[in-house]
Write a protein that binds this ligand. Structure first.
Ligand SMILES: [Mg+2]
Length: 259
């Protein structure tokens, strides 16, 4: 018998949300996640969006169900604020530890980052994103340009392996190698005491690989629109590669693992 799903970790854009489709959300998928929640499973949205951008996304796309946890910016862990309302609060001390690790990282990685910024300015039409004074990430003109940029970064970061990035289509965010969607999911699972064997995860792009390689979730999945690297990782981890796209693919994956 298959283990029961007690924790779901789903990506948002391109996995549950089909931006160019009508409907944007798959009704069967929403209903099944809601049913799993009612039977005691926890649903976490695991996204590159910030808390604010995720909240506006949940409203804009008229989500009929509400997540139990949100894992944001590809590394932070939030639970509903314990004093009520609809706001979120940091769950445990993970976000503080994560913030400290990043302050230290960006100080020690300054030379590598400067080299990358030079490359972007001189050799690409990509735009550098800042968070205050700090370089946060990059937006490329297209996927090919981002491929070229990540090839350069992969070389530059060899002398500082802790300096890494998360890529989602033409977007890239710099980060500490120890913090990613998979690590955030692992921390949530530790806090709510759910073993890897009872965790389902679904995503579609590079920044989802860390939660789909089997290390943190024994039931990884991707919809048919996922990029090839994701499909390969999911297959290698014994997961479910969807035949249908977006939420319909996630729905099929949930049926696959629950039946
Ligand atoms: Mg995505």
């Amino acid at each position: 018998m298959r283990p029961k799903i007690r924790l779901l970790s789903t990506d948002f854009d391109g996995t549950l949300v089909a931006h160019d489709e009508d409907p944007v959300l798959d009704p069967d998928c929403m209903q099944l996640i809601g049913q799993l929640q009612q039977t005691g499973a926890a649903w976490a949205i695991n996204t590159g969006r910030s808390v604010e951008l995720l909240e506006s996304g949940l409203l804009d796309f008229e989500f009929p169900i509400h997540p139990d946890f949100i894992l944001t910016s590809e590394r932070e862990v939030f639970r509903p604020a314990q004093n009520g309302g609809r706001k979120w609060e940091a769950f445990g001390d993970w976000n503080d530890r994560c913030a400290r690790a990043h302050v230290e990282l960006f100080m020690s990685a300054e030379p590598v980052l400067a080299e990358i910024v030079d490359f972007i300015n001189q050799n690409t039409n990509a735009r550098i994103l800042y968070l205050g004074e700090r370089v946060e990430g990059i937006v490329a003109q297209n996927e090919e340009e981002m491929d070229r940029i990540t090839r350069f970064i992969d070389k530059a970061r060899q002398r500082q392996p802790q300096f890494n990035y998360q890529r989602n289509t033409v977007y890239l965010r710099f980060c500490h190698a120890d913090y990613h969607k998979g690590a955030a999911l692992g921390e949530l699972a530790r806090l709510i005491q759910i073993p890897r064997e009872q965790i389902f995860a679904a995503g579609d792009h590079h920044n989802d690989l860390s939660m789909l390689d089997g290390r943190f979730a024994a039931m990884p999945a991707c919809p048919a629109n996922a990029i090839d690297e994701v499909k390969q990782a999911v297959r290698a981890a014994g997961g479910y590669v969807g035949i249908r796209e977006y939420g319909a693919g996630v729905y099929d994956a949930l049926l696959h693992f629950t039946k």
